[in-house]
Write a protein that binds this ligand. Structure first.
Ligand code: ATP
Ligand code: MG
Length: 452
């Protein structure tokens, strides 16, 4: 695919600066080859065509193939209705969240098949439902291929590939924007964001992922419409936030989100701390995202729990300081602060329990990792989330939140043999400052009733 850009740019500039649309590139005018497409996707398209329907590879798959990248997955567009698709594939099921799509399953691979969507601007069709603020609530109007292209979010996501004729179809200037390396929304930016505010964070995600610019008209309304994100259901935002931070370009995404004031509606409490100019919090988040990007580039697993633990740690700490000043002991203060940070956050982006539980553990480990005497160090090593807690500790040290002491100790301890471990523990307890004025535990009485 070395001559990819020559192919795209020459395809674009061969005609006038504003090429006539639609443009259909033949096999020798684009770099896509069937060998880059999953066999299952090819099979699905073939079967749809044999059934008398149209079938195209669409969206991110075509975009990535045009850019010489490996697509994450393959989506197919067709004029068959979900029920017709369902009849062609035994191994399929209709998924109906925002709009109906069909999943065709081949072992672990799922091919997503979507019926062409039509325009819904005539206001006559009851299958598209919009709220007063222009937000689309339901969007099940079927349409033609051209209409389907126009309802997609960005031009670069609206290319169609026909695996039968080997052609690439451009209805909205996608090729021009790919050559210019820009993310451009289809249609009027403000109304497209109003229809679906998630498109605002998708603009940032694609710009960061592809290292593209956001076209000026597409960027212009972002800041003023950013608050609309608060109206998107928290569960949908959780999914989109994961895509923002778990695709290997989290640091760039974070910078763009802040630039367009899109971070605020996603993490308002964290943004408040950033607004106060807390440089430690900024350093912690940025370093956390650098580490995440690095892990992804090394094919190491990353968990949403860690990312959310990083994003909310400054909030937890702020709350905890207040509670400690009120005399609440450390551990209960952390639990209360964690509870309050999480319950406020889930009003904006939900956090499933399977992630909020480990988040709490990662935070609690920050209080437990300094306490190593007796059997404690060995027990901590056995903790289910020791590794995440230890990574989090290293991150706090790296970002300058705490001095670099405990992290190196735990690194050495994990690598040491039994004898060295024992020696390390002895040294630690010998260095521990003695607490002469032992605090007497206050007796606690139920219902505040002291015995007479
Ligand atoms: P990725 O490679 O990150 O999956 P993608 O472009 O495939 O990127 P998806 O979220 O998988 O993104 O969506 C598939 C396609 O559906 C997009 O390319 C786009 O054409 C269309 N699409 C997705 N979300 C929206 C939206 N909110 N509004 C309009 N079109 C959308
Ligand atoms: Mg996709």
């Amino acid at each position: 695919m070395a001559n990819l850009w020559t192919k795209i740019t020459s395809a674009v500039t061969r005609k006038s600066a504003e090429p006539k649309l639609p443009r259909i590139l033949s096999r020798d005018e684009h770099p896509i080859s069937r060998k880059h497409i999953s066999d299952n996707a090819l099979k699905v398209m073939h079967r749809l065509r044999s059934g008398g329907f149209e079938a195209f590879l669409v969206g991110g798959g075509v975009r990535d193939l045009m850019l010489g990248k490996h697509p994450k997955d393959f989506d197919i567009g067709t004029n068959a209705t979900p029920e017709e698709i369902r009849q062609l594939f035994r191994n399929s099921r209709i998924i109906g969240r925002r709009f109906k799509i069909v999943h065709v399953r081949f072992g672990r691979e799922i091919i997503e098949v979507t019926t062409y969507r039509g325009s819904h601007s005539d206001g006559n069709d009851k299958t598209a439902v919009a709220a007063d603020n222009g937000m689309l609530l339901r969007d099940n109007v079927y349409g033609t291929l051209e209409e389907d292209a126009v309802r997609r979010d960005f031009t670069i996501n609206a290319l169609y590939y026909c695996s039968d004729k080997f052609t690439v179809h451009d209805y909205v200037g996608s090729l021009n924007d790919l050559a210019k390396r820009q993310v451009r929304i289809i249609g009027n930016a403000s109304s497209r964001y109003q229809e679906d505010p998630v498109r605002m964070i998708r603009a940032v995600r694609f710009a960061a992922k592809l290292d593209f610019d956001i076209a000026p008209d597409t960027a212009a309304p972002l800041k003023s419409l950013a608050p609309m994100l608060s109206e998107v259901p928290a569960a949908r935002l959780f999914d989109e936030v994961l895509k923002l931070f778990m695709e290997g370009h989290a640091l760039r995404v974070f910078a763009l989100l802040k630039h367009y004031d899109l971070f605020r509606p996603l993490f308002p409490a964290t943004q408040e701390i950033l607004d106060s100019g807390d440089s430690t919090a900024i350093a912690l988040i940025e370093q956390g995202l650098v580490n995440t990007d690095l892990r992804i580039s090394q094919d190491k697993p990353v968990t949403p729990a860690f990312i959310y633990a990083v994003m909310l740690w400054p909030v937890v700490q702020k709350e905890m300081k207040i509670l400690l000043a009120e005399g609440v002991p450390e551990i209960p203060a952390l639990h209360q602060a964690a509870q309050s940070a999480i319950s406020r956050q889930i009003q904006h982006t939900s956090i499933p329990k399977r992630f909020s539980m480990p988040m709490r553990d990662i935070w609690e480990l920050q209080l437990r990792l300094p306490r190593r005497s007796g059997r404690r160090a060995e027990e901590l090593l056995e903790h289910r989330y020791f590794r995440a807690g230890y990574d989090f500790l290293l991150l706090r040290e790296q970002s300058g939140e705490i001095p670099e002491e405990l992290g190196p100790w735990w690194t050495a301890y994990q690598e040491a043999n039994a004898d060295t471990r024992e020696a390390m523990l002895k040294k630690t307890s010998a260095n521990k400052p003695r607490n002469n004025s032992r605090r007497r535990r206050k007796p606690r009485y139920r219902n505040n009733q002291k015995p007479s």
